[in-house]
Design a protein around this ligand. Sequence first.
Ligand SMILES: CC(C)(COP(=O)(O)OP(=O)(O)OC[C@H]1O[C@@H](n2cnc3c(N)ncnc32)[C@H](O)[C@@H]1OP(=O)(O)O)[C@@H](O)C(=O)NCCC(=O)NCCS
Length: 163
Amino acid sequence: MKIQDAVINDAPAACEVLRRSISELCVADHGNDPAILAAWLRNKTPEIVASWIAQVDSSLLVAIEHGAILVVGSVTDAGEIILNYVSPDARFRGVSRAMLAALEARAIERGNTRSTLSSTETARRFYHANGYAEDGVKTRNYGTNTGYRMAKSLTAQIVDHVS
Ligand SMILES: CC(C)(COP(=O)(O)OP(=O)(O)OC[C@H]1O[C@@H](n2cnc3c(N)ncnc32)[C@H](O)[C@@H]1OP(=O)(O)O)[C@@H](O)C(=O)NCCC(=O)NCCS
């Protein structure tokens, strides 16, 4: 598996991974509510994903194995992790963990000492296991009431990164 910056041609397949990951894996968040799902998926189109790939102030990364995208992640130059969505076909094989490490490394390269994100209920345990702490603020992304603001100091990784 190789994690790399996405190119525009990755947009349709990356979009499909995002849509399947949300629909099939994030049931604890959307509860199969059609209105929430529609709101969450509305901006997950190949055209909009292509515009995210082209954005200059953030990085959209993909993990690829045998030509298939296993996970889609993105991080802004300010260290906010925006996306980390695994394909249902690749769940619990360590690919989200590998993507998270790549996103944090990119945040460090952009000069950040801290990464932040808004976790789903689905990924909450995963982020705790990977060193994130909740700041107690809940968010209502796309009409869900299961968004958790989290942050992690990257200082220890910065030492590893430069030594
Ligand atoms: C939960 C999720 C993020 C884990 O990622 P993954 O690529 O499937 O799995 P990884 O092997 O990288 O991580 C495994 C970790 O996930 C967590 N995990 C394991 N089983 C889990 C379960 N049934 N439910 C929730 N989390 C679980 C644990 O922390 C586990 O670590 P451990 O093996 O040391 O206990 C992923 O499966 C998922 O559901 N993603 C949906 C999209 C999403 O919500 N993304 C976050 C947007 S903010």
